[in-house]
Design a binder for this molecule. Structure first.
Ligand SMILES: NC(=O)c1ccc[n+]([C@@H]2O[C@H](COP(=O)([O-])OP(=O)(O)OC[C@H]3O[C@@H](n4cnc5c(N)ncnc54)[C@H](O)[C@@H]3O)[C@@H](O)[C@H]2O)c1
Ligand SMILES: O=C(O)C(=O)C[C@@H](O)[C@H](O)[C@H](O)COP(=O)(O)O
Ligand SMILES: [Zn+2]
Length: 360
């Protein structure tokens, strides 16, 4: 078992990376000040796989869990689904100490977290992530959100979980495409913070794609440590935390233009990281070799480098609504080499459009 602490003063919490952790959630919750009723939010794919295991563990620890499964996919990250969950929470009589437990990928985590942040002005929130992407990224750090028709994650709150329980065994049932999506965020950590980790991913690509349990547990732990460290320094993304958004400005635009169905989040971020690398190179911040290395690793992980057929103008219209836009200028996260990035507000539209042309 590996434990990673997210150090945030009075709302610090622990990430438990634990084989068969889903069966131990009830036990781990026993130490927290919670009341008996609990709401498990999951999706219709994950529910038949893992909900009984989780509710069994909760019941054994004295909780009375109800389970709601939303349709899988990005369309559930909506105010309409949040409203349905509020109605259920009220009807079930959940009180201010009743935990809302997210069992699933980033969609369920972001949605359930947003509901937990807002129901009764905030109730305890627990993350039990079941995709690689959620285990290395979305379950940690407290970004919760739903989408708006005008852009991704535009309605949300920073709201930290009280506990994160990561069960790497849950990845055994994950579809191949979703494993690869998670690897996009894994590669991101190498680029933004850790050259050695980037090289490790290159060396271990075969074992990762073959789901070698020890290798997956190792990368989950390393990613969680990097994210916990960044979030502890800048919880609300006033500065340093922006680095976790590498590839996301263009990535979110790719997701939105594709109606959130053509490219999943990880695939879109892979395209966005390629574009951000091209912008970095054209500004002289990194070398062409750095860009090639990134492209090769993304390729090795089975991720796309381009979104063929997309129109730069349409992509551009989403960029201006990025959450990192301040006073009309985007804070771009740019590569200065493999393992380091910087924030720049001085990127012209011409430079951005030139990079977009190369990824469509
Ligand atoms: N809050 C954050 O910091 C943060 C970080 C990264 C991404 N995100 C968000 O996360 C979302 C993407 O999350 P995701 O990639 O986990 O996608 P997802 O939640 O849509 O899950 C992907 C698919 O895998 C299925 N699934 C999940 N676990 C499974 C398992 N163990 N076995 C079989 N099937 C399983 C789901 O039903 C779904 O069909 C996006 O909305 C993105 O914006 C948030
Ligand atoms: O935790 C963060 O900070 C991140 O930026 C992690 C990203 O991987 C994640 O996709 C996040 O939801 C994007 O945030 P947003 O603020 O651009 O919506
Ligand atoms: Zn992301």
């Amino acid at each position: 078992m590996v434990e990673v602490k997210v150090d945030l003063a009075d709302h610090s919490y622990t990430i438990h990376i634990l084989a068969d952790g889903i069966s131990q959630v009830g036990q781990l919750l026993k130490g927290l000040p919670l009341s008996g009723k609990a709401l498990v939010v999951t999706d219709e794919n994950v529910c038949p796989l893992y909900a009984d295991k989780l509710t069994g563990s909760l019941a054994a620890a004295g909780f009375h869990p109800a389970v709601i499964a939303v349709p899988p996919g990005e369309s559930s990250k909506s105010l309409a689904t949040a409203d349905m969950l509020y109605t259920q929470a009220i009807t079930l009589g959940l009180d201010r100490k009743s935990p809302i437990i997210a069992l699933g990928g980033g969609v369920v985590g972001d949605l359930a977290g947003f509901v937990a942040a807002t129901y009764l002005r905030g109730v305890p929130f627990i993350q039990v992530p079941t995709t690689l992407l959620a285990q290395v990224d979305s379950s940690v750090g407290g970004k919760t959100a739903v989408n708006h028709s005008l852009g991704k994650n535009l309605i949300g709150a920073f709201y930290q979980p009280g506990l994160v329980v990561i069960d790497p065994l849950a990845l055994s049932t994950l579809p191949e495409r979703e494993l690869k999506a998670g690897l996009a965020e894994v590669v991101k950590y190498g680029v933004i913070a850790d050259n050695t980790f980037f090289r490790y991913l290159n060396d271990r690509a075969g074992a990762i794609l073959a789901r070698d349990p020890a290798t997956l547990a190792e990368i989950i732990g390393r990613c969680c440590k990097i994210k916990a460290d960044v979030v502890a320094q800048d919880e609300r993304e006033t500065s340093l935390r922006m680095i976790l958004n590498f590839g996301h400005t263009i990535g979110h635009a790719v997701e939105a233009v594709g109606g959130y169905s053509e490219y999943n989040h990880g695939e879109a971020v892979a395209v966005g990281m390629h574009a951000a690398a091209l912008i970095s190179q054209s500004l002289g911040l990194c070398s062409s070799e750095d860009v090639i290395e990134l492209k090769q690793l993304l390729n090795r992980m089975g991720l796309p480098l381009a979104a063929p057929g997309y129109r730069p103008g349409e992509l551009f219209s989403y960029l201006v609504r990025d959450k990192k836009v301040i006073s009309g200028k985007i804070n771009w996260v740019l590569m200065t080499g493999i393992g380091q990035v910087k924030i720049s507000r001085e990127v012209t539209e011409v430079t951005v459009r030139a990079a977009l042309e190369q990824v469509i």
